[in-house]
Design a protein around this ligand. Structure first.
Ligand code: PLP
Length: 446
């Protein structure tokens, strides 16, 4: 399980106990893959997290993205708690709800109208349903290596087995889970990302069938791959030309890459968009937003959208408090994220050079990727990974060893290579992290 079981004695006992009644000992399958194994945590503050054995971590997992301001920022917690004492749920309208929708509509370029839910997965579900209703077409086009939630009609080709995934330019539509509804795959087309020729040719021939293109505007779920220059602009133009609904899934990039998300950072207006995670710094709320032409179908009751917990008052209060901080301190928050993240990335680059270790480091200050290529992989210097197939040149087994060794040294990172930063991370965290990396490079990897 781990090289140092005594360090995790209580977590090991907890996992053994919980597995007896909680399927796999976890509440989300992604946590099954945590290294060295699914640990149990006790509390978080700022950029730090403590497990039940009292071990302290610098946290680059950050709830897998939500904690843009770090753990338990005073203002967000206070607003949430204050609201809880005024009632947990009304299942009816409240004034904070339109305060938040007005705020989102002002901040997000395409958000004429907004609806709130709980998870990103269900907001994606709503966007796909809207696109089908608006166009009368059935098929959705997604990209290999991207993730849009765990629901049946879109859980395809996130990390497909390359021996079954078909031609790189025309990948197969592969279900990620057994038990997925067997008819759904005939209405999902998978293409490689960052390749405008393939997309353009496909739409030329099939646009009459395609209701929507759904994309992460930065491919965060594989190697934090930025869009190639002009790619998203060309995608936008193709969608307009062919009457295809463009959906930006900003569950990770939203409020993280800029206050107005990736669409603000790259200045591209999708038709529909989805936010979750960072919008409320850890409180459960998602947001489906977009142009009136589409969202109006929900307003008119033609397209169904519902949920008992939608617009949960405490989560809405948490979101407003988060946006208050992001709007008030916006420049400082985003500057800190960029400066701290870039300083860490540069420090890692220096260490890989010093220890003669091949590595790919790419992305942004607020979220970046680190991976080690397999022996003999001939990757160009610089930004090496541009799509899912080029990510297969990375050595996942070696990275897993790296992750466990880092956790043992008090730095918590995601096994898939993504590093999330918060505005609570500082230069002292960067220095301690680099010290741990240097130790791991010297003692474990080199
Ligand atoms: N879309 C993207 C890009 C995501 O990364 C995720 C989750 O990580 C989702 C959608 C699903 O969101 P949720 O886990 O809130 O259902």
């Amino acid at each position: 399980m781990t090289a140092t079981p005594e360090r995790y004695a209580r977590s090991i006992a907890d996992l053994t106990r919980s597995k007896k009644t909680l399927a796999g000992g976890v509440s989300s399958n992604v946590r099954l893959g945590d290294k060295p194994f699914p640990l149990f945590f006790d509390r978080g503050l700022g950029s730090h997290l403590w497990d039940v054995d009292g071990n302290e971590y610098i946290d680059y997992v950050l709830g897998r993205g939500p904690l843009l301001l770090g753990h338990t920022p005073k203002e967000v917690v206070q607003a949430t708690v204050d609201q809880l004492w005024r009632g947990q749920i009304y299942a009816a309208q409240h004034e904070l709800e339109y305060e938040l929708s007005e705020r989102v509509s002002r901040i997000i370029p395409c958000a004429d109208l907004v609806r709130f839910g709980i998870s990103g997965s269900e907001a994606v579900h709503g966007a796909l349903r809207l696109a089908r209703a608006a166009t009368g077409r059935q098929t959705v086009l997604k990209f290999e290596g991207q993730y849009h939630g765990w629901l049946d009609n879109i859980l395809y080709s996130l990390s497909p087995d390359p021996t079954r995934a078909g031609h790189a330019l025309h990948p197969a539509t592969l279900a990620e889970s057994s038990g997925q509804f067997s008819g759904a795959d005939s209405h999902v087309v998978v293409l490689p990302w960052n390749n405008i020729e393939v997309l353009s040719q496909y739409l030329e021939q099939h646009h009459n069938e395609i209701a929507a293109i759904i994309t992460e505007p930065v491919m965060c779920n594989t190697a934090v791959i930025p869009p190639l220059p002009g790619y998203l602009e060309a995608m936008r133009d193709l969608c307009t030309q062919h009457g295809v609904v463009l959906i930006f899934d900003e569950v990770i990039t939203g409020f993280r890459l800029s206050l107005a998300g990736a669409q603000g950072r790259f200045n591209i207006k999708p038709d529909l968009t989805i936010f979750g995670k960072a919008i409320a710094n850890g409180m459960p709320i998602s947001c489906l937003a977009g142009r009136e032409q589409f969202m109006g179908l929900i307003a008119q009751g033609k397209v169904g959208h519902g949920g008992t917990y939608n617009s949960l008052p405490a989560a809405v209060a948490g979101a407003i408090a988060t946006l208050d901080l992001l709007e008030k301190d916006g420049a400082a928050v985003y500057d800190t994220l960029e400066t701290t993240g870039q300083s860490l990335m540069q420090g890692i680059r220096n260490l890989t050079a010093k220890h003669d270790i091949q590595a790919v480091i790419q992305g942004y200050g607020a979220i970046f990727y680190l991976g080690f290529p397999v022996q003999g992989a001939n990757l160009p210097v610089g930004q090496a990974i541009t799509d899912y197939r080029s990510s297969l040149a990375m050595d996942n087994d070696l990275y897993t060893i790296f992750v466990s060794a880092m956790v043992d040294r008090g730095v918590r990172i995601i096994p898939r290579g993504n590093w999330f930063l918060s505005s609570a991370h500082n230069q002292a965290d960067v220095e301690s992290t680099l010290k741990a990396i240097e130790e791991v490079f010297a003692e474990v990897i080199a």
